[in-house]
Ligand binder design. Structure first.
Ligand code: GLN
Length: 499
């Protein structure tokens, strides 16, 4: 395997800026890798080789001309197919948007391009980001590079799998209930959900607008921080964007790698263990906590009782917002139109289009959400869920009065087999037990690899949570932990020649 493929984003950027390697060579090495292994992994829905090489050439020209380039200039990236990309298809993993080529860039896309980041293509995802396994993609599942019979997590399974398969050193995901962190955990990669409002949602196809948040995926904590600073920050095009500087996450990583966590107070959330948690995951978590202590952190147990109601509250709020957001796919304004043979009414065409265009899980969410919002039920369902949301926010506030960060396992289990939970929505939803509270509270959280489970040899994630706009706290702890425990991906199976 080429060294370029194994390199971190930080290493690649340094080499490109120093002209030790060209951005074109780096892009080509990753395109070759995609051609070699993506038949088995299926991380990508669309590869834009021409666009990637053109972007890489521009960076090489800038470097040759002595112009200053950004800290990730020339580094390849895999972009979740939920972000609008001018001139590049955007499907959200749905037949509804098949063939749609957006006329504009999402703010995240634009910031990546302006920073000289080389977009390799668009990654596979559960349809409209609804799922925990990427099996709900209308274009077939992505496979986990650690074991091709297993799921890579979801909804952003394509983004995280592309990192673990060494197809890209950086990726972007979105996290509404865990879709960055859970795929990160089960593929042995890093995934960060920023503070709600920290990364612009302009041009991000909406699932649940009060929860959706884009964020960085990477193989190292430093790479995630570098990417976070490129995509984060105020955007007047997003009404919920926070007008504040991006938290100093790169500086926090540089501080963290010194390995000293003395003075840092870490709270272990007591709600996240017990039934439904794989023993190997819990053992890995205990080892991670012991490691944090060894690095000097002060560890205490913290109870957040309302977290027990996070999952049911989420599965009312997210579908409710989805039912309203997805109403725009009406066969008229956006996306597919089916059955319009000149004899049918607009309502009939709409019904046929929505029936053919949406998959089963999306329909389930639209029905749950429409029901929960209907008159007479609104207060009982949506209203109660919003109250739980407030209680969860209070639990976080109380906890962060005592500790600097909270920790838990990222997911209750390691990667499950493809098909194993496909007919059991509740089992699928439980993959997000530990990740959802941070979405409901709008606070940042990340997953960093915490080794391999001693039961099945599959990756486990450590979740670190922080108060709003205090991302630097969790990055510092993650960097110190990563430096102490070493990389996990060194042992991912070689996929070369898999097919
Ligand atoms: N698995 C969760 C769901 O299906 C989270 C999805 C997400 O974060 N986009 O809703």
């Amino acid at each position: 395997m080429s060294d370029l493929i194994r390199s971190t984003a930080a290493e690649l950027a340094a080499k490109i800026a120093a002209r030790e390697v060209s951005a074109v060579e780096v892009a080509q090495a990753h395109l070759d890798r995609i051609a070699e292994v993506d038949g088995s992994v299926h991380a990508f829905l669309h590869v834009d080789a021409e666009g990637a090489l053109a972007a890489a050439r521009r960076v090489d020209d800038d470097v040759a001309a002595g112009r200053e380039v950004g800290p990730l200039a020339g580094v390849p990236l895999a972009l979740k197919d939920v972000f609008a990309t001018e001139g590049i298809p955007t499907t959200c993993g749905s037949k509804m948007l098949e063939g749609w080529v957006p006329p504009y860039d999402a703010t995240v896309t634009r910031r990546l391009r302006e920073a000289g980041v080389v977009i390799l293509g668009k990654t596979n995802m559960d349809e409209f980001a609804m799922g925990s396994s990427t099996e709900n993609s209308a274009y077939g599942p992505t496979r986990n590079p650690w074991d091709l019979d297993r799921i890579p997590g979801g909804s952003g399974g394509g983004s995280s799998a592309s990192l673990a398969a060494f197809e890209a050193p950086l990726a972007i995901g979105t996290d509404t209930g865990g879709s960055i962190r859970q795929p990160g955990a089960v593929t042995g990669t890093v995934g960060v959900k920023p503070t709600y409002g920290g990364v612009s949602r302009y041009g991000l196809v909406a699932f649940s607008s009060s929860l959706d948040q884009g964020g960085p995926c990477a193989r190292t904590v430093l790479d995630a921080a570098l990417l976070h600073e490129v995509i984060g920050g105020y955007d007047p095009m997003d009404s919920t964007s926070i007008n504040a500087p991006v938290p100093p996450v790169v500086a926090a990583v540089r501080e963290g790698v010194t390995g000293d966590l003395s003075g840092v107070r870490v709270g272990v959330v007591t709600q996240f263990s017990g039934d439904g948690y794989q023993p190997g995951v819990l053992r890995s978590f205990e080892a991670a906590v012991a490691q944090l202590k060894q690095l000097g952190a002060e560890v205490v147990e913290v109870s957040c009782p309302s977290f027990d109601y996070a999952l049911p509250a989420y599965y009312l709020i997210a579908p409710s917002e989805a039912s309203s957001n997805l109403a725009r796919f009406d066969a008229m304004r956006y996306g597919a139109r089916h059955g319009d043979d000149g004899t049918r009414s607009a309502e009939e065409v709409m019904a046929i289009t929505r029936d053919r265009g949406f998959g089963a899980e999306v329909k389930r969410r639209i029905m749950i959400g429409t029901y929960a919002l209907s008159s007479g039920y609104y207060d009982a369902y949506y209203g109660s869920a919003q109250k739980v949301r407030t209680l969860i926010t209070r639990d976080f506030e109380q906890a962060f009065g005592r500790v600097d960060v909270l920790v838990s396992p990222t997911t209750p289990t390691t990667a499950f087999k493809i098909g194993e939970r496909a007919d059991d929505p509740m089992a699928m939803y439980k993959a997000d037990l530990c990740t959802i509270p941070a979405n409901l509270a709008g606070t940042p959280a990340m997953s960093v690899p915490s080794g391999l489970s001693d039961e099945d040899g599959l990756p486990v994630g450590l979740q670190i949570m922080a108060p709003a706009l205090q991302e630097h706290r969790m990055y510092r702890v993650a960097a110190a932990y990563e430096a102490a425990r070493g990389t996990v991906l060194a042992s991912v199976p070689e996929l070369a020649g898999a097919r």
